[in-house]
Design a protein around this ligand. Structure first.
Ligand code: AMP
Ligand code: MG
Length: 338
């Protein structure tokens, strides 16, 4: 795997991670991992009850999604071919709808995130997503499903993990209040207006910056959706609105308590010609995506889906300072670790 690491930054960031013996021996880690197990079990229970079939996707392949915000892909030599470690399962999720109308994965992702993310408290270089895709669904369906998964998983923790929440000093009443009401849906433009009127210089028509996301997350009284990110901020597979060209039919779910983004989702581009156009617009070379385009050319269902970050969800539910605490063997950008 090709990876260059700045030694000075490695030392600084490594200081923030305890050894495996200290981390795994800490009762707080045990409580956190039991909560995580319960969250995954809750998500699985909810999705299977709704008719979704659990699949798995390859971890290595000839191409992965283009990514964003400066995350790099990790290469692997596959019998003389340059393969990638998956930064997300999106291409396989769309193709999997050829087998089933509703699918989900608990999918590992590897992203070589920029060095500066080692101090955001929100970024790992290896993490998992509860990844869902539903044929024939629209954005509202996907948001409702994501909300259902989160509410069911958190409720299961409240029912089954009282002792673990106590170890972590996490007040169950606070958590319960967060999921009591339906999650609000706020258009991207409205979030930009609120940020700017509060004095934050968020540029319109672009991705919400990490600092800004932390601010709106800190001020939120419950998880909420931001809907309709501008084209250019996301990958070619997020469908563009025909009613509002330039706006994508996508969403993020933002957690309260400064935890930021928990989940991203979207209706998908599924028509061959549109996908090619969007690839070109986003600077992607279609020839890299041969297997995927081959599948798409012969027809895949219209769909919508999302991915919930397992460690991000755990961090929020367990009330942790940082996302690395929500994994047994944390990997932070630039940190040499097990
Ligand atoms: P994305 O495809 O970037 O929208 O990622 C989907 C979800 O995975 C996000 O909403 C996060 O919950 C989670 N996620 C993305 N990047 C990271 C990361 N570097 N570390 C931990 N979780 C992440
Ligand atoms: Mg996202």
């Amino acid at each position: 795997m090709a990876m260059r690491i700045d030694q000075a930054l490695v030392v600084t960031a490594a200081d923030t991670l305890p050894s495996p013996r200290v981390h795994l021996g800490n009762p707080r880690t045990g409580a956190t991992l039991r909560i995580q197990q319960t969250l995954i079990a809750g998500a699985r229970e909810f999705l299977r009850a709704g008719g979704a079939v659990e699949m798995s996707h390859p971890i290595i392949g000839p191409v992965t999604d283009p990514g964003s915000r400066g995350a790099k892909q990790a290469d692997i030599d596959y019998y003389g071919h340059q393969y990638k470690l998956m930064t997300s399962a999106i291409l396989y999720k769309q193709a999997s709808l050829l087998a089933f109308d509703r699918i989900f994965l608990v999918a590992p992702n590897v992203r070589l995130e920029p060095i500066e993310t080692s101090s955001t408290h929100r970024h790992l270089t290896e993490f998992r997503q509860i990844d869902v895709e539903v044929a024939g669904a629209n954005r509202d369906d996907a948001m409702a499903l994501a909300e259902g998964v989160v509410r069911h998983a958190v409720t299961k923790v409240l029912v089954e993990c009282a002792a673990d929440l106590a170890i972590l000093d996490r007040d169950p009443a606070v958590l319960e209040a967060f999921i009591r009401e339906p999650f609000a849906r706020v258009p991207h433009g409205e979030v930009v207006r609120r940020l700017r009127s509060g004095g934050y210089p968020q540029a319109p028509g672009t991705e919400i910056e990490w600092e800004a996301e932390e601010l709106i997350s800190r001020d939120a009284s419950a998880p909420f959706f931001i809907a309709g990110y501008p084209k250019g901020s996301r990958g070619f597979y997020d469908k563009e609105s025909t009613a509002e060209p330039g706006t994508l039919l996508n969403f993020d779910l933002i957690a309260p308590e400064s935890c930021g983004e928990l989940c991203s989702g979207s209706e998908r581009e599924f028509e061959y010609a549109k996908i090619i156009t969007r690839m070109r617009e986003t600077g992607e070379n279609p020839s890299k995506y041969a297997w995927y385009l081959d599948v798409v050319r012969n027809g895949i269902p219209a769909s919508a889906g999302f991915g919930i970050g397992v460690e991000r969800l755990t961090r929020w539910v367990a009330g942790l300072d940082s996302v690395w605490q929500a994994t047994a063997f944390p990997k932070l950008a630039g940190v040499v670790s097990p």
